[in-house]
Design a protein. Structure first.
Length: 443
């Protein structure tokens, strides 16, 4: 294989297999990928920081590991983009905010430590919107440079879509993994709530904040998420244990999956081309998918989500601004002010509902393997002044259910339209296996 030609096309699992077999040199691959990144990055602007010197220091450790003769770890040599709201000790973590420019943490977030232990290379810090909220960054969508890449994990999705890294890490408080994955035409995975430890990640709304993964196929999502999940204490002092996500994802389903199609109450806001694409998908899957109407009461989840998110963001972002100074954008200031006005009784009611939301779907998942629903209202909107609407993600984030965006559809202009697959809480492996099956069926 000629790495200078194909470096941007190799997935994570394929890369590890070639490195283990000795059919690809890590140094040649990274050299070619570095040249490719330098050529593409000026257009896409996905990275807040990237350094060949920092990469070289990480490679020295991997070289010494290989020379021991021990088995190579699961992500050996895989370049990973890490969202700029996740602490790294060798790159700045600036949170997309002028007031924290130059901020360099003294240690890695736990999830970054896990990536390094698994042999991954932190290729760079991917741009995020200001304080991981709504103010757009300079990142452009590789599928159409004049269309939004989404937010807040815009840089992570764009870096994978442009081929600068095979996988990247993002975070989601509303729709910040699923939406940019859909807009940029890559695979995105938000695991069940609390499966990945958030220590060392910017706290926006700790009740809702979740870490997610971007990749170019489902198997890579599973392999990377498997490294990140578990090994920490969850809410109530319960241990969160690792999951065999990669192994289960690669298995054939024991029975043909049954899917449940959900329009959600926001269907009337969908772009007509997206509606048409989903109608064609329903026809294609009519042998294994039925439409189910959710109760009207789920509409309340959007309001409850907003209450929790804005109340908690007000506290955490106000504290950060007080500590670091700097003036936030009008959008960020507005959410802080709205959150400060929320009554404690309204916040506590919303939190109570959040804890019950996932259980409300248990009966559905007794009969179906996954819910199929749009990831967004349509393809990435034109313009760079907005990151798009996350409303098609809000219900599932509020409930803490695992979700994926699969780049299976497109509009008449060829822009990707994401299919969102939602699974039962803590049944992430089953969801990934179903997603792989669906992707292969529609290939």
């Amino acid at each position: 294989m000629n790495p200078s030609k194909h470096c941007h096309e190799i997935g994570a699992a394929e890369l590890v297999a070639q490195l283990r077999a000795g059919s690809l040199s890590l140094h040649e691959y990274l050299g070619a990928l570095g040249q490719y990144t330098e050529a593409v990055e000026p257009q896409v602007q996905a990275f807040a920081s990237h350094s060949r010197e920092v990469v070289a220091l990480q490679v020295e450790r991997l070289d010494s590991l290989r020379h021991t003769g021990m088995p190579l770890p699961g992500l050996y040599g895989v370049p990973v983009g890490v969202k700029d709201n996740i602490d790294t000790m060798d790159y700045p973590t600036e949170l997309g905010f002028a007031g924290t420019r130059g901020r360099t943490p003294g240690e890695d977030a736990l999830l970054v430590h896990k990536l390094r232990e698994a042999g991954a290379i932190v290729w760079g810090k991917t741009r995020c919107t200001e304080l991981a909220y709504m103010e757009p960054t300079v990142t452009r969508n590789p599928r159409a440079l004049d269309h939004t890449p989404g937010g807040s994990s815009s840089g992570s999705a764009a870096a994978v879509a442009a081929g600068m890294v095979p996988v990247a890490i993002g975070t989601q408080t509303n729709g910040s993994v699923i939406r940019p994955a859909a807009f940029c035409g890559v695979f995105g995975f938000k695991p069940s709530r609390d499966l990945i430890f958030n220590g060392g990640v910017l706290a926006c709304s700790p009740s809702l904040d979740q870490v997610g993964v971007f990749a170019r196929n489902v198997e890579d999502l599973a392999e990377v998420a498997q490294v990140l999940v578990g090994g920490h204490e969850g809410p109530g002092g319960r241990m969160v244990f690792p999951m065999r996500l990669g192994e289960v994802c690669r298995e054939a389903p024991p029975m043909p999956p049954r899917l449940m199609f959900v329009r959600t109450p926001q269907w009337d806001r969908m772009d007509p081309q997206a509606c048409e694409a989903f109608e064609e998908l329903r026809e294609e899957l009519k042998d294994c998918m039925v439409e189910v109407e959710l109760p009207a009461s789920i509409q309340n989840a959007l309001g409850w989500h907003k209450t929790i998110m804005e109340a908690e963001m007000s506290v955490h972002l106000r504290t950060l601004l007080a500590a670091h100074g700097g003036r936030a954008s009008a959008a960020t200031q507005a959410v802080i002010e709205r959150g400060a006005a929320i009554l404690a009784s309204d916040y506590l009611t919303a939190r109570e509902r959040m804890d019950k939301a996932a259980r409300g779907f248990d009966e559905f998942f007794d009969h179906f393997d996954a819910i199929v629903t749009p990831a967004t209202l349509g393809a990435a909107p034109a313009g760079l002044t907005s990151t798009g609407d996350p409303v098609m993600c809000t219900l599932w984030t509020f409930a803490g259910l695992p979700a994926l965006s699969l780049p299976l559809l497109h509009d008449e202009g060829g822009l990707p339209i994401g299919v969102q697959l939602v699974g039962a809480a803590r049944n992430d492996a089953r969801l990934l296996r179903t997603a792989r099956w669906l992707t292969e069926r529609l290939a």
